[in-house]
Design a binder for this molecule. Structure first.
Ligand SMILES: *Cc1c(COP(=O)(O)O)cnc(C)c1O
Length: 353
């Protein structure tokens, strides 16, 4: 049996031995009472890295995003986000269903950025009783559905200024914010200090088994703590999870540059396979989205199934677009082996087409 090369997501990464040792040895307490010293240390550390006052460990990025929507929006409010936002596509409509706020979409550019001009045009007139109040603008960095594209500190500030001028808060879905920071070679805080709150995932490329941290002002985190309790996210001796998070922040951030180099290597190889199209220069971090020619090769879902048989796991992005994500368990050698297998699959399907 040939070993599977799993490029579906960086969420497939396992905790390191160092994380497992730290988890076993973690000092813990009841976090609903605020008494878990390891969680408190992680939250403080995360807030510092984000340039924010306080942090809150949550079960997932989805839970963080939901808590942000609950904390900033009332029923009947409106939140603005990009048309490709994870919060819009992949969170089971939680922000709308549970926060009761509707979503107003603005365009994302190829790198996943939304423009200050589009946000300014979408903000509602607060004096008009016919329209919802714009209370939140959501950013995403890096951008999942836009091939891991990054927003710079400047891009971020421009949107924040427009949102604040309109009286709206800015939530940053920074599930992969450290990928953005490493790609731009700036401290993560440069990308997060100007927003009103930010969430990042420990459980993706940082290799932790579970968890996200939501960061913001003391006041915001106070509210978020109550919303987290309401949605069932008040955990107890979760310091065993936070211990892995502390190891991740110490040792898993700089190595993201390797994932980015492997993603570029992967994109360059895919670009050489007839029947596949990829914007090589658009690969800024660890996500590679590429198009499969339906006429030449076949339907995207059939390609995914055929690749699985040939030992390469990939995920579906949209229509004929597939997604590959590099991570800690993928070496440059694995990239080359994956490319060779993909080429074989595509040639076989093209021959049969
Ligand atoms: C993965 C992801 C989330 C959700 O995180 P989970 O921990 O899987 O719930 C939110 N936003 C973005 C951009 C993501 O990539």
């Amino acid at each position: 049996m040939m070993a599977l090369i799993d490029l579906r997501s960086d969420t497939v990464t396992h905790p390191t031995d160092e994380m497992r040792r730290a988890m076993a040895a973690a000092e813990v307490g009841d976090d609903v009472f605020g008494e878990d010293p390891t969680i408190n240390a992680l939250q403080e550390r995360a807030a510092g890295l984000m340039g924010q006052e306080a942090g809150l460990l949550t079960a997932s990025g989805t839970m963080s995003n939901l808590i942000a929507a609950l904390a900033w929006c009332s029923r009947g409010d409106e939140m603005i986000m990009g048309q490709e936002a994870h919060m819009f596509w992949n969170e089971s409509a939680g922000p709308t269903a549970l926060a009761g706020a509707q979503i107003r979409l603005v365009p994302n550019d190829v790198n996943g950025r939304i423009s200050a001009q589009d946000v300014a045009a979408a903000v509602r007139d607060s004096s008009n009783i016919h329209v919802p109040a714009t209370t939140l603008v959501c950013l995403e960095n890096t951008h999942n559905r836009c091939s891991g594209g990054v927003m710079t500190p400047q891009d971020t500030r421009e949107v924040v200024d427009v949102a604040h001028a309109a009286g709206a808060a800015v939530h940053l879905d920074g599930a992969r914010i450290f990928n953005a920071a490493v790609a731009l070679e700036v401290p993560a805080s440069e990308l997060t200090k100007d927003v009103d709150d930010v969430s990042f995932c420990l459980s993706k490329a940082l290799s932790c088994p579970v968890g996200s941290v939501l960061c913001g002002s003391e006041e915001f985190i106070g509210k978020a703590r109550k919303w987290r309790k309401m949605v069932g996210g008040g955990m107890r001796q979760a310091g065993v999870l936070a211990a892995a998070g502390l190891v991740a922040l110490d040792s898993m951030v700089e190595r993201l540059a390797d994932d980015h180099a492997n993603a570029r290597r992967l994109a360059a190889g895919l670009a050489n396979i007839d029947g596949l199209t990829v914007d090589e220069d658009g690969i800024q971090t660890n996500i590679v989205i590429f198009e499969v020619d339906r006429e030449k090769v076949g339907d995207a879902r059939e390609v995914i199934a055929a690749l699985r048989e040939d030992g390469v796991l990939v995920s579906h992005s949209r229509d004929q677009a597939l997604r590959m994500v590099t991570h800690r368990h993928i070496t440059a050698g694995d990239v080359d082996e994956a490319l060779s297998r993909v080429n074989g699959t595509v040639r076989r399907m093209a021959g049969a087409a």
